[in-house]
Design a protein around this ligand. Structure first.
Ligand SMILES: [Mg+2]
Length: 141
């Protein structure tokens, strides 16, 4: 089936088209609860050791990378123009985030605090005036 024939779950799935469930209307706490409820109802906390979750997260990240493995940088940017491929990438990205949220739940890590702290650290590490348009110290521009 070509991309033009494929139904786009991003636009047809009621879970994603309900304007009340999109990113601007959803809190991190709601997503954490969603994951926790899913895991709880299956009695899967017993399998969610930090070791297993960190491995699962890396495995899902590898599945995400598979979608881009043989593409050029330009081709990878154009993937967003193909609805079925974008939906597949969205599913893998969701897998990664689900495991990240599950890990935060198991370890009691407040993600908002952790992310804000990490961004503050990176702001100091990569000052805008020094790194704007440069990817890092190795970028000789
Ligand atoms: Mg997956």
């Amino acid at each position: 089936m070509s991309d033009s024939q494929t139904t786009d779950p991003q636009t047809t799935d009621p879970q994603t088209t309900d304007p009340q469930t999109t990113d601007p209307q959803t809190t991190v706490a709601e997503l954490r609860r969603l994951i926790d409820d899913f895991v709880d109802r299956r009695d899967w906390h017993q399998f969610h050791s930090p070791k297993n979750l960190s491995m699962s997260l890396a495995i899902e990240a590898a599945e995400l990378m598979e979608h881009f493995q043989w593409l050029s940088a330009d081709e990878s940017r154009k993937l967003a123009e193909k609805p079925s491929r974008l939906a597949a990438v969205g599913e893998e990205l969701a897998d990664v985030l689900c495991y990240a949220l599950a890990m935060a739940n198991e370890l009691g890590i407040d993600l908002s605090t952790a992310i804000r702290g990490k961004i503050a650290k990176n702001e100091r590490k990569y000052p805008v005036e020094q790194y704007r348009g440069r990817f890092g110290p190795e970028d000789g521009r």
